[in-house]
Design a protein around this ligand. Structure first.
Ligand code: IMP
Ligand code: MG
Length: 178
């Protein structure tokens, strides 16, 4: 495993993104919707940097993969949302924008719930991987096309708790879930 973004750099990038979000919303009410599970670490840090009248909600999006590094079919569950989104400004927060299929499929499902607008923020974006006609509105870091774990991101449900982002090396693949 090789560290790509240590804890200090992560906090700097998240603070920079929080400043952009803060400036964009200008104090208006906002519902932040975190995409489970990968966004939870970012979500916890990000919301504490925002001085806005905020609601926090969660939505579940899981891509089932035979091989954990290749995208598979996506299953989205919006029933975890507890408060209505009608008339709200919504910011969807995810860990990583890879091919983009997750947010591309999630945005219209959130739009169908009646918010006035839906924007997106991610911790990481992989370069040259996008397969959809959208880009996230807020990005903390652009990274190379490597499989990364830590700070919410997993491989086979492991490593989400690392306080840094690391790339997996060939010898790190193939472990059983713990
Ligand atoms: P997308 O739909 O291809 O943009 O992928 C988004 C989802 O794939 C993320 O929310 C992650 O769960 C997962 N993912 C993509 N790349 C990585 C990675 O490098 N490490 C861990 N998970 C990843
Ligand atoms: Mg995810």
């Amino acid at each position: 495993m090789k560290t790509l973004l240590d804890a200090d750099r992560l906090q700097q990038g998240i603070r920079r993104m929080a400043d952009h979000i803060q400036a964009f919303y200008q104090g208006s009410p906002l519902t932040i919707v975190g995409v489970l599970i990968g966004s939870v670490v970012l979500l916890a840090d990000l919301i504490r940097l925002l001085d806005l009248p905020l609601r926090v909600e969660l939505v579940q999006a899981r891509s089932y993969r035979h091989n954990a590094t290749q995208p598979g079919a996506l299953e989205i569950n919006v029933e975890t949302l507890s408060s209505g989104l009608e008339g709200r400004r919504v910011l969807l927060v995810d860990d990583i924008f890879d091919t983009g299929h997750t947010l591309w499929q999630l945005v219209p499902q959130i739009e169908a719930l009646g918010p006035t607008e839906v924007r997106t923020a991610v911790l990481l974006r992989k370069r040259d991987r996008c397969q959809v006609p959208m880009e996230p509105d807020f990005v903390a870091f652009d990274i190379p096309n490597v499989f990364v774990v830590g700070y919410g991101l997993d491989y086979n449900d492991m490593y989400r708790n690392l306080p840094y982002v690391a790339s997996l090396e060939p010898e790190d693949f193939g472990g059983e879930p713990q």
